[in-house]
Design a protein around this ligand. Sequence first.
Ligand code: FAD
Ligand code: SIN
Length: 527
Amino acid sequence: MSEEIFTDILIIGSGVAGLRAAVEIGEKYNVIVATKDLPTESSTEYAQGGVAVALSDEDEIGIHFEDTIKAGDGLCNEEAVKILVSEGPERIIELIQWGAEFDKEGSRLAFSIEAAHSRRRILHAHGDSTGREIEKVLINKVSILPKVIKASFTMAVDLIVDEGRCLGALLLRGKEIIKCFAKATILATGGAGQVYARTTNPRVITGDGMAMAFRAGAYLKDMEFVQFHPTALYSSGVPAFLLSEAMRGEGGILRNISGEPFMKNYHPMGELASRDIVSRAIISEMVKTGSTHVYLDMTHLEGDFLKRRFPTIYSTCLNYNFDITKQWIPVSPAAHFIMGGVETDINCRTNIEGLFAAGEVACTGVHGANRLASNSLLEGLVYGYRAAKSAIQYIEDFKNTDFKREIVLKKDFDFIAPSEIKEMTQKLKQTMWEKVGVIRCGESLTIAQSVITPLYEKLMRLFLGDPLAIELKNMVTVGLLITTAALQRKNSVGAHYRTDYKEKLPNWSSHIRLKKSDKNNIEISTQ
Ligand code: FAD
Ligand code: SIN
């Protein structure tokens, strides 16, 4: 018999969104924060550039709103954006009161600039370790709340849903499944970068929350919109380590393999054009010159300044034998962020009662077709807080305290050999990178669909107990959802670029929603 546990609210994930929600709930209600690795292991921990917020003298909430809407290329939910930019300052000020130390110039906060921002509005910490600072402050805050239980190395496998209501999740701890019953559940599992062979995302970011929500009957929205970061380190045998956009914000120049700057040939904003434009320009230069990468050149800037402003990037690159103060750094694009996710309203409610989602796993529509740089840490703070408020309201209205259900699980897990898991994982990631990447077309997407569908059909039937196999099943599911939506969207908008439909054609402004049918097929609808 597997163990059964009960709590008021279950939060899955311990990045900025999950932790911010826990802070709000933990004063009053019992909450379990289940996270599949160390508490800090998340995209949040590795966030470099900073957090966008309209707090500088030269900025206004309305200008941050306009920049976000423009980056979203016509597909943002304006109400969700208004909430982000107007509630953002309060969330940041309270974070500072809790001890967050953002960099300063003299006694005033220092704001930097990144692509597609019309004002300097990016707060950063320790130069390029903004996420680590936010994560640290939130973990400290959560640690003093006695009603919060942090369950590390505890992986959510599936949601428990009964008659359209979410009642918690099955958690895997070691080799044991725990039935965790909760009056409300908040998904905060982050994005899905690991679906791609080349990504800036940490190993834990395998789209689990999106796949679990899909299996449970939730709507997923805007899944075709994947943001590729233009400048990840490119070198054989080395991970796609992020070279922050803030480096271009400080004057970094992109050069092709022959040493020529090229961005002005593609956009008047040059290196600070939006990410999709810069990523496509880089691919275009790589194709033209037959190379695997371009260069990011910082060498015209003062060495001491670079070491001070980008200490983590400087030392990490040096570990890989690249000195950013003296050498041009080889870079190429990598999967970085997903604008789509589990569809929610502005109060983080999904279509499943009792299930809420916040942060990168969710799609409130705040990013539209393309996220404005540094808006996602802010999203985690603002919508993590809102998810907590909604979940609290829900459990206070929840009259039925008997929320335990009999759940019969298969006696034994299905087995897949580790070599087969590895082979299928590589096949998926390579296919996604080559066929559903920065530039797509009907033919490449159809090939991807034909490769991924048999994997999906095989894995969806299995009850798995090996974390790598569970992650594979989730990545295959999310990979197929991205591919399906990308095939369905026959136009190019924001980060979704198809060579066979280069323009915004009729119906470009509708959203694609995906849902599981009773037979595990993907039902497509538009909104
Ligand atoms: P995450 O921070 O990714 O946290 C997800 C959590 O869920 C993790 O704890 C993970 O272990 C857990 N989890 C996942 N699956 C399960 C499961 N099945 N069971 C239990 N736990 C699970 N954005 C900015 O705004 N500014 C930046 O400067 C910036 N820089 C970035 C740099 C890098 C290298 C990367 C990868 C991203 C960057 N981003 C940046 C994006 C931003 O960091 C993320 O969008 C944001 O941190 C997501 O927060 P989150 O709380 O939604 O998810
Ligand atoms: C970066 O530092 O370039 C990443 C910023 C972001 O993804 O918002």
